[in-house]
Structure formats: C-alpha cells, structure tokens
Ligand binder design. Structure first.
Ligand code: IPM
Ligand code: MG
Length: 353
C-alpha cells in the first residue's frame, strides 16, 4: 500500500498526524504500508509558488492512494486565482481523474443531539452522496471575467458529455446495489439542458440495473427534502456543483462536519481520501480539531482502494466505541461529555482499535 500523505494547511497537519498513527499501527500488525509525504495547497504555495507542484504530481501519480488533510487559509485569498490553495485540490482531482466522489452522511446515534434537526428526523440517517467531481461548471469552458460592450461579464459553462454521465451513473448504481438499492438522481432539467441530458443518460444507464429503484429529483426540491425528511434517501447521484452544495447540507444533518470522511476515486479505485471539512485556520495548531473524519477517511481507503473491508470496519468500530464511551472533541461535545484534544482523541481511537 503506497500512500501519499498531503497534510495541507490549517488543522491539516494535526488531523493527519492522528490518521498516520493509525496507519503505523496497521504497519506494525504486518500490513505492507509505505508512506510518502508531499505538499499541497497554501503550504505548497509558500514552498514552491504553486498549490499543486510537479513534485507532488509525481508523488501522487506513483501512489495507490492519497490521504489529504485540508487546504486553504485567509492569507492565500489575496493571491491570483491560479495560485490559490483550492486550485491545488481541483488540480489533483483532475490530474488523477478522480471523477467519483463518495460522501457518506451517517448519523452516529450518540451524536443525535448535535444535529440542528429533531432527533426523530435524523435518527438512523445513512445517506451516500455520489458527486461527479471532474466535470460540470467547475471545469467547463469558456470561463472567466471579460469586457463586453464596456462592462465586465462573468462567464462559466455547465457542460457534461454522455460518457462522463454514464461512468458516474455506473458508480452510483453499483453503490446502491451494495446498500438499500434506491438511487435518486438530482438535476435541474426544468431549466438546464445540460441536466436534461444528465437525466436521460442516468435513466438509460439504469436499464442495466433493474434491481435498483431509480428516481429523479430537481435540485431545489432535493435541498428541501434533505432537511424535511432526509431518511427518504439511500444513494443520491448528482453533478459537481449540486453535489458540492448538497453534501455540505447533508453533512450538517449529522450535526458534525468534523465526523465525515470522503473518497474520490478514478476508474481503477485509485483514490484520494480526505475529511469533507476545511482547514479551519481559526483553530489550527491548538490541538482542538476533530481527527475522526480523517481517521474515518483511512477506513474508506482500506475499503475502496485496498479491498480490506474488515480493516475498514475495525476502524469504524473503534470510532463508534470512543463515541459510546462519551469521549468527544469540542465540536461534537454536549453537556456532561468528556472533551478531548486532537491528540487525545487519536489516543482514544488507538486504544479502542
Ligand atoms: C469541497 C470543497 C471544494 C469544492 C473547494 C475547496 C474547491 O468545497 O470539496 O466540497 O468546491 O469542491
Ligand atoms: Mg464543498
């Protein structure tokens, strides 16, 4: 298992350190794990002038999987766009062809009180959002800000071809087959032609999966249904931009963006694994960040890239045990809970493992 580790910015290094301790334990247990470290985001800009330097590209290209912390920070928002940390993230996704982004939103029963929704609305919540990650308005051309008739005009282009829709649809149908066999495809076909094609191609692709119950929903309605009755969903598949928005919304149903991992996969299950939260510069370096989303990202890595389902479950069980014990980082703590720092939470997971 050749794993490239890109800690990134803000709380990235602290949360990655706890995940690496877990990988070290697996290595000591006999797994053939090699870690190589590289730069991405603002820390890469500081060192090389670029958010996704060639050296990092070489490193991640030869790795089987990438473990990433988080990128970004206010000091970088003044840089020209191509040098911003977020561009590093978009570049690595595109360069490695990581078109399938899996974002589970699971509510741990112990954290039901942390959700802003009523416990009975979210109890038992277990949704998987499959977000297309290398197309759509994020990458479409033309793009830019230009002068037209004496005034500035901003342009972006929403574009998908059939092949791009088909391959993400296949991932989504297969994901649904392993779960409760319900797939909801989200689009805006009442207004956008691009997403009419999305709906048509998902529908056609679905003919090969008669065991999966396919439905379609407009994105505005989906945003509403996610807070009204989120448990109606099993797997959601959608494009890059709608997926960006809906996955943040879904994460908050679970009360704790600090708990949610993600996987971004290519067609050979090479993957990039990262917590879905950001770099949280306000708490960086204070040993208060929640490392569980990063630790759970290692579980996803074991499941999807290395086919080690039992190791993945073992990690997830360790996290559950820690929650059952009432141990919390401050972001998920409610009254009467024992609040731990980042490193101490890492300790707790390791001893439960
Ligand atoms: C995400 C983030 C990124 C995105 C940003 C940081 C470029 O919001 O992973 O959801 O929009 O994809
Ligand atoms: Mg986002």
């Amino acid at each position: 298992m050749n794993i490239a580790v890109l800690a990134g910015d803000g709380i990235g290094p602290e949360i990655i350190a706890q995940a690496v301790r877990l990988l070290d334990v697996l290595k000591a247990e006999g797994f053939d794990i090699e870690l190589e470290y590289g730069l991405i985001g603002g820390s890469a800009v500081d060192a090389t002038g670029e958010p996704y330097p060639e050296m990092t590209h070489q490193l991640v290209s030869r790795a089987d999987a990438v473990l990433l912390g988080a990128v970004g920070g206010p000091q970088y928002d003044v840089l020209p766009r191509p040098q911003r940390p977020e561009r590093g993230l978009l570049a690595i996704r595109k360069a490695l062809n990581l078109f399938a982004n899996l974002r589970p939103a699971i509510l741990y029963p112990e954290l039901a009180k942390a959700s802003s929704l009523k416990p009975d609305v979210v109890a038992g919540l277990d949704i998987m959002i499959v977000r297309e990650l290398t197309g759509d308005i994020y990458f479409g051309k033309p793009r830019g800000i230009e002068m037209r008739d004496g005034q500035r005009v901003g342009v972006n282009t929403m574009v998908y071809n059939e092949a791009e829709i088909q391959r993400i649809a296949h991932v989504a149908f297969r994901t649904a087959q392993k779960r409760n066999r319900r797939l909801c495809s989200v689009d805006k076909m009442n207004v956008l032609e691009c997403t009419q094609l999305w709906r048509d191609v998902v529908e056609e692709t679905g003919k090969a999966y008669p065991d999966v119950k396919l439905s379609h929903m407009l994105v505005d309605n989906a945003a509403m249904q996610l807070v009204r009755d989120p448990k109606q969903f099993d797997v959601i598949v959608t494009g890059n931009m709608f997926g960006d928005i809906l996955s943040d919304e879904a994460s908050m149903l679970t009360g704790s963006i600090g708990m949610l991992p993600s996987a971004s996969l290519d067609s050979h299950n090479k993957g990039l694994y990262e917590p879905i939260h950001g770099s949280a510069p306000d708490i960086a370096g204070k040993n208060v960040a929640n490392p569980l989303a990063t630790i759970l990202s290692v579980a996803m890595m074991m499941r999807y890239t290395f086919n080690q389902e039992d190791v993945a479950q073992h990690i997830e069980e360790a996290v559950k045990k820690v929650l059952v014990q009432g141990l919390r980082t401050s972001d998920i703590a409610s009254q009467g809970m024992h609040v731990l720092g980042t490193r101490e939470m890492g300790d707790a997971v390791l001893s439960a493992f």
